[in-house]
Design a protein around this ligand. Structure first.
Ligand code: SF4
Ligand code: SF4
Length: 385
């Protein structure tokens, strides 16, 4: 397993990290402890030394099985990453209690990488109300946390706001070659580079979506190397980026684990030619999106608070990935947070500033109409069940 020294952290981390959220399950949906434990131990034996979990993964069973699987190994030979999941705590006391419970769960005095989990504009507000970061900084001063960071799911301005308010050691973002262009993940990555924050990568294969593309795209990648799996291009893409410290993969089978370990056993960054083919494959997939927003934000700020690039990004995600439910949920998040297309009064200020010449007010109205239609379909499907 190839390992990488991260100077800002002083740690040497395996390029592949074990994301402990997708272990094999039983028929009733509960985690299969024995299978999960076998996978973790196999991963460790293959050289993985970074294990990322959270109390909400597998309803708490992920932390438990990870603790059980790692108990026989020397504590100094692996890095444990755990999180303050804001969905399960509602007060300062509960934040403190969960953290100490996690130390207990792992029978350890310290957690190497501790993250405030899944920050977005809502969670960030909640984290601040509960003085979460102040408490975790104190835990770091006491040596109970070695490195403090956060995982992130929102837009560039929110990322900059969070980074500017506290001293962080690292950040975890969703990064893969499709999001690089479709969701403007390149900008999030650049913010981390600018702030010298090592980047932990989640969703390198986009929840499995980039493990098997359409026929044309698969053929383009197979022409580069018929022996390489389609997923391996995705993990190589992110690990080739200089500021990436570790690539987390939620491996649910030995086959996936072995494929990833093979990719990282003697890591080979992508060549210029390979990068060009991946860019071409991404463009092929992005053709499915008909609003050519690049996320440049020249159209902002809208006087009515519409986050135009965020709305177009939610729409692009639907067109490219075809997940209607995610589109509806994402758009409802925008409504609840006051930045959806419903606020638009069609003043036209934004459209004058758009280098892509997008007819923004009408495209926003169109996205809103799609939302209403898709929501109606989902509601009807639920009523049928
Ligand atoms: S047209 Fe709509 S989105 Fe654009 S600036 Fe005016 S109110 Fe905001
Ligand atoms: S100016 Fe145009 S391309 Fe840029 S973010 Fe706004 S809508 Fe997208």
């Amino acid at each position: 397993m190839d390992k990488k020294y991260i100077p800002q952290l002083g740690d040497t981390i395996s390029r592949l990290g074990y994301g402990c959220m997708r272990f094999p399950t039983n028929e009733d949906g509960s985690m299969n402890y024995d299978e999960a434990e076998k996978l973790i131990r196999k991963g460790y034996e293959m050289g993985i030394n970074y294990f990322d979990t959270a109390v909400v993964y597998h309803k708490g069973d992920s932390e438990k099985v990870l603790s059980r699987a790692l108990k026989d190994y020397d504590r100094s030979t692996y890095y444990l990453a755990d999180k303050m999941s804001l969905g399960v705590v509602n007060s300062e006391e509960e934040v403190h209690k969960l953290f100490y419970q996690q130390l207990d769960n792992f029978h350890t005095d310290y957690i190497d990488y501790y993250l405030v989990h899944a920050l977005n504009r809502n969670n960030w507000k909640k984290a601040k109300e509960m003085k979460t970061v102040e408490f975790l900084q104190e835990m770091k001063r006491q040596g109970k946390i070695r490195h403090l960071g956060f995982s992130f799911h929102d837009t560039e301005p929110i990322l900059k706001e969070i980074i500017s308010e506290y001293d962080w050691d690292f950040t975890q973002i969703q990064l893969n070659y499709l999001d690089w262009k479709a969701m403007h993940a390149d900008r999030l990555y650049q913010v981390l580079v600018d702030h010298n924050l090592p980047c932990m990568v989640m969703e390198p294969v986009r929840g499995g979506y980039l493990a098997n593309l359409n026929e044309t795209c698969n053929a383009k990648l197979n022409a580069l190397d018929p022996n390489a799996s389609i997923a391996s291009w995705a993990v190589r893409f992110v690990s080739s980026l200089d500021n990436v410290a570790v690539v987390l993969s939620g491996m649910s089978s030995e086959e996936q684990l072995m494929d990833n370990c093979a990719t990282f056993s003697a890591f080979n960054p992508l060549s210029e030619k390979e990068l060009a083919v991946i860019s071409d494959v991404t463009d092929e997939m992005l053709k499915l999106n008909d609003i050519p927003c690049t996320g440049c934000r020249y159209c902002m700020d809208c006087p009515k608070g519409v986050d135009i690039p965020a709305i177009f990004s939610i729409y692009a995600q639907w067109k490219v990935f075809g997940k209607a439910e995610r589109f509806v949920n994402g758009y409802e998040g925008a409504i609840n947070n006051g930045y959806s297309a419903t606020n638009c009064v069609k003043c036209g200020l934004c459209a004058k500033k758009c280098p892509q010449m997008i007819d923004i007010p009408n495209q926003l109205a169109r996205v809103h109409q799609f939302y209403l239609e898709e929501k109606a379909k989902l509601d009807a499907a639920k009523a049928d069940v």
